[in-house]
Design a binder for this molecule. Structure first.
Ligand code: NAP
Length: 342
């Protein structure tokens, strides 16, 4: 047996993982495990990864009802807790899906996720997208909801009031937004009684969103970054010919070689050192993805080199949320600095 093996498989001390301090003072581990199986990794495989990742030292799990695996992930979390990891050491996020924004649905949906995840509170509950549209899981990007709606701030705030109520009820510790833009967040920050603690957004070396990143940090909101390694396993429907892959970027490859880690690990190290919380999905590489942030940091020069790689290459464009003919996906993202009019 390789004498290194036990050392390699020993758990990574969760205390060695950087933490993010939220506006409430709570600590959130700066690396989480994503749980979206991208339509090809089964709920059972994701649940196995959750158990394996917890044993490896993960304490942060990014879940959502729409991932279709919360019951299996919940059974895995129950095993993890029964195995001796106290609930208070875990950070579990879930998300309200887009067809459940109605005031009468929010609390019931949160309770459903709690029951599926076998928990009595969530650390974080996010409004998954700012658009209250239904589209079936796995649908093509050309699919449109018959009653598709744009962002309507008054409607979003009705949903948000219910999110605030969940905090009052003790069912969730923090609430947050996802897939937002600066103009939308400005309105939410103006009107919220309980401010978003987190904004979950796409972030990787080819899509760094510098303005939104700065805006959320300046406003005391923690940026959580999805697709941190460029989502190489994303569904076919989320691929376009213009997309680029950060893990194939020559600068990333060079840095990976220098540090003797994978290009994916370089993306994760960069994310944590930049100040966001990456939530890489993995059923095969989760240990490496956590371990890489505990040693051999990137140099300032390497950080600057990766900072220069931004290509404004959004991978998750959200086409299914377009609400009228003749629009392009950029309309969803308020690229002119104003909320795209209805
Ligand atoms: N809020 C939102 O709207 C939103 C949107 C998208 C995603 N998310 C969340 O963000 C999570 C992450 O996003 P994502 O899954 O799209 O993309 P990702 O984390 O960038 O990429 C995951 C893919 O990378 C592979 N991978 C992971 N680590 C690797 C490594 N060290 N070396 C080589 N390959 C590696 C995984 O394969 P293996 O499994 O084989 O390791 C998997 O195919 C999701 O699971 C979900 O929780 C949220």
């Amino acid at each position: 047996m390789d004498p290194q093996e036990p050392a390699r498989s020993a758990p990574i001390d969760p205390a060695s993982i950087p933490q993010r301090k939220l506006a409430t003072g709570a600590q959130m581990p700066a690396v989480g495990l994503g749980t979206f199986g991208s339509d090809h990794v089964s709920p059972a495989q994701v649940a196995e990864a959750v158990k394996g990742a917890a044993a490896a030292g993960y304490r942060h799990f990014d879940c959502a009802s729409v991932y279709g695996n919360e019951p299996e992930v919940g059974a895995a979390l129950e095993t993890v807790i029964a195995g001796g990891i106290p609930r208070e050491e875990l950070w579990v996020t879930s998300k309200l899906w887009n067809d459940k924004h109605a005031e009468s649905d929010v609390i019931a949906q949160c309770r459903k996720s709690l029951a599926d995840l076998r928990l009595n509170y969530l650390d974080l509950y996010l409004v998954h997208w700012p658009f209250p549209n239904f589209h079936p899981p796995g649908c093509d990007v050309t699919s449109r909801s018959a009653d598709a709606k744009p962002y309507i701030h008054a409607s979003y705030m009705k949903t948000w009031r219910k999110m605030e109520e969940l905090v009052d009820m003790g069912l969730v510790r923090h609430i947050g937004t996802s897939n937002m833009t600066i103009p939308k967040l400005k309105l939410v920050l103006r009107d919220a009684r309980v401010k978003p603690a987190v904004n979950e957004m796409e972030l990787h070396p080819h899509f760094q969103q510098p303005e939104l990143f700065k805006y959320v940090v300046d406003n005391g909101i923690q940026p959580v970054g999805y697709c941190p390694i460029g989502s190489p396993g994303r569904p076919e429907r989320d691929r376009t010919p213009e997309d680029t892959a950060p893990t194939e970027d020559p600068v990333i490859l060079e840095i990976a070689k220098r540090h003797v880690v994978s290009p994916a690990a370089v993306c994760i190290k960069w994310a944590v050192q930049r100040g966001q919380t990456p939530i890489p999905f993995s059923v095969h590489h989760y240990r490496e993805n956590l371990e890489c942030v505990t040693r051999d940091p990137l140099t300032d020069e390497e950080m600057r080199a990766i900072g220069g790689l931004d290509r404004n290459c959004r991978l998750i464009k959200g086409q299914v949320f377009l609400w009228k003919e003749g629009q392009t996906w950029e309309d969803l993202w308020d690229v002119n600095g104003e909320i795209t009019p209805p």
